[in-house]
Ligand binder design. Structure first.
Ligand code: NDP
Length: 449
């Protein structure tokens, strides 16, 4: 069986040699699927592995836009429609200068299994551009988003593909994208994007969902050891959407958030980033679009560092919420040596393979992103449901549903790991459970795609 799986993996590498992060994601998933492939021979007969590693469709287009000096610039736009066996493609758009096809294939591949885990009818997709909103004026961002949508609109729709936000795509960008979609198609109310503003069809709790969901998942893991978040020291990386609301929910559950970061450095606040300070950070990042360094300049007793990373700080709970491969083996070792008890991935694939091995060997409660950060896409699914009903649920209703979904994802991953003889291995549990949902649908529908 191992050689069959290795063969599938080797072909992926051979076909697209430059797509290292995609290879990394495929390797991690395929490795843990071995017992499921052995148990159910139908998946090999139906070439499910060979098919599931290949996107159904990739759309690549140019996006010209005008900068503030009146010059025409050109970026690449992408949409990777990875797997629609269980529902319309669903997954965010990332605007960052590191975006390329390999990165989006990794994210779309992960999204396929994540969406399978949520229990909602959503396939996997991802998209974006190598356009970097950092330092751009509002007019430049608006112009780019509008022009990006003049191509993307041909490929999306409530029954086809429903994008959302990701790195560099927040409420502002979704607003501009949605505005242009509505203008071109003369359609309102159909759910073509999620993460919309609440005044034009967005769901309450969608901005909070990924961060809150990650903390709900960590809470469930802690419960298996009769533990909770009260008085726990929490280190968070990033200070964007996911990080902000992971910090907010940690505070609400009685924990103390001692670190946050951005791509320039990180801040250490031994007194804890309480709700008041967090709101200051939200204003800094979401409105003024400043740097985390300013937080240390504003509040007494806060240190700003550009060396090492927050993972060298002693903490009980770590939540990487910035980007892929941001925690390496040395940092994972430092976390373990300093006694971390739980690690929940708010970001997608933030730990390198070596780092994962280290935390797993040390029996740290470790939640992979595809389980821990599935709250965002889950509430996106709830946004789609509300748009279809032409109705909305209250904050409390959506939060309760999000909580139920996260509890259920935790149970599914935990039970599946136990069923396959790997109790406590959330990586194996989440990968197999997400895979079974999608793979069974693919078998049932025949080899049409
Ligand atoms: P944002 O753009 O809102 O925030 C990203 C944060 O990470 C910023 O603080 C940014 O700093 C920092 N960051 C980005 N790249 C790097 C880097 N190379 N090194 C260090 N720091 C970096 O994005 P989100 O919060 O939406 O997304 C964060 C992660 O969560 C991503 O992995 C995303 O895929 C994942 N995710 C997001 C979901 C969502 O609903 N938004 C859903 C599920 C997963 P700076 O401002 O300096 O760039």
């Amino acid at each position: 069986m191992k050689s069959y799986i290795e063969n599938v993996y080797n072909k992926v590498v051979e076909k697209d040699p430059g797509q290292e992060v995609f290879h990394q994601a495929v390797e991690e998933v395929l490795e843990s699927l071995e017992p499921a492939i052995e148990k159910y021979p139908k998946f090999k007969e139906h070439a499910i592995l060979e098919r599931i590693v290949e996107p159904e469709r990739v759309i690549l287009f140019r996006v010209p836009w005008l900068n503030k000096d009146g010059e025409v610039k050109v970026n690449r736009g992408f949409r990777v429609q990875f797997n629609s066996a269980i529902g319309p493609y669903k997954g965010g758009l990332r605007f960052h200068n590191t975006v390329n096809l390999g990165v989006l294939k990794f994210l779309g591949f992960e999204q396929t299994f994540k969406n399978g885990l949520t229990g909602l009818p959503m396939g996997g997709g991802k998209g974006g551009s190598d356009f970097d909103p950092h330092g751009k004026t509002d007019a430049e961002v608006r112009n780019f988003c509008h022009n990006y949508m003049t191509e993307l609109y041909k490929h999306v729709g409530q029954f086809t593909d429903v994008p959302a936000g990701d790195i560099g795509v927040g409420a502002r960008e979704i607003g501009y994208l949605y505005g242009m979609y509505r203008k071109i198609t003369n359609k309102h109310g159909t759910c073509v994007l999620t993460g919309k503003g609440p005044t034009y069809g967005g769901s309450l709790i969608r901005p909070e969902a990924t961060g809150y969901g990650t903390v709900y998942f960590v809470q469930e893991m802690l419960k298996t050891k009769n533990e909770n978040l009260k008085d726990k020291k929490v280190c968070i990386s990033g200070s964007g959407n996911v990080a902000q609301f992971a910090a907010e929910k940690s505070n609400q559950l009685g924990a103390k958030v001692i670190a946050m970061s951005d791509s320039s450095g990180w801040v250490h606040d031994p007194d804890g980033i309480d709700q008041e300070k967090l709101e200051w950070i939200m204003e800094l990042k979401n409105v003024r679009r400043g740097r985390i360094k300013e937080f240390a300049e504003e509040f007494k007793g806060v240190e700003y560092h550009t060396d090492k990373s927050p993972w060298y700080l002693p903490c009980d709970i770590a939540m990487p919420c910035a980007t892929q491969n941001e925690v390496d083996a040395k940092e994972a070792k430092a976390l373990v040596d300093n006694g971390v008890i739980a690690l929940g991935e708010g970001a997608n694939m933030p730990l390198t393979p070596d780092a994962i091995e280290i935390v797993q060997e040390a029996n740290v409660l470790y939640a992979p992103g595809k389980a821990a950060n599935a709250g965002g896409v889950s509430v996106s699914g709830l946004e789609m449901a509300q748009n279809s009903m032409r109705y909305f649920w209250t904050r409390e209703e959506v939060d309760q549903k999000l909580h139920q979904i996260m509890v259920s994802i935790h149970k599914t991953a935990y039970d599946t790991a136990e069923l396959f003889g790997e109790k406590g291995n959330y990586v194996l549990g989440a990968n197999i459970a997400g895979f079974l949902k999608v793979a069974n649908a693919m078998v049932a529908q025949g080899y049409i795609s």
